[in-house]
Design a protein around this ligand. Sequence first.
Ligand code: ZN
Length: 256
Amino acid sequence: MDASQIFPVPCLTDNFAWVFENARKEAFVVDPGESAPLEEHLAQRGAKLTHILITHYHFDHVGGAAELSEKTGARIWAPREAVQPLHKTLEGGKTEDVGSLSMQVIDTPGHAMHHVSLYFPALEALFCGDVLFALGCGKLFDGSAEEMWRSLTRLRALPPETKVCCGHDYTAGNLRFVRSLKGFSEAGERVVKALEQARAHTPDNQAAGLPTRLKDEICANPFLLASDETFLRANDISHPAGAKAFQELRKRKDLF
Ligand SMILES: [Zn+2]
């Protein structure tokens, strides 16, 4: 492993781009919603951007890609039709070398039709765009509940220590929704409390408490608990565990 730190860089209103570097000060960015904050970050670090990685085509994830690429010469890798210019198309199920780092591309549709999540085993880090958030998940814009549930279960199968580097700071709202639900395990309650404390004295959009760990999401993220019969019963959800229960939870959050 030659990358030591992963930095969230706030973009636009409530987006995070994520930047990491290798020992040679080559930098990689995921989902630059705008160019300026990333240029500033790179200048501060004295790092040279080589790759711009994109999870999906929504403007707040690609808005800064072309400008950053033009200014730095970095190559843009993205799912098909996500952005212009596009130097390499990312496809689910493939493994790519990003500099000296191996990256697994995971197909995660549901929020957007062509949405990939990017997993780096050497960093123990997952960049999941708008699929999985701290205690939340993305809205179903271009996909079905079945697709999103399948995507979430794919991410849930990654190693428990995985850092979940999500695309937005929706944590405050997600915490409120979580507090309206019952039936969390003791471990889940501890995760929720820790995240509340991490954010208690920090303004939103400062990435307090992020990235979360996958093992914490597995016990405290209500959407990942859609397969947990005890949790469903505690919240009067009679839909079958899995995609149907997930759909009901997503609907409740949309109306919350
Ligand atoms: Zn999106």
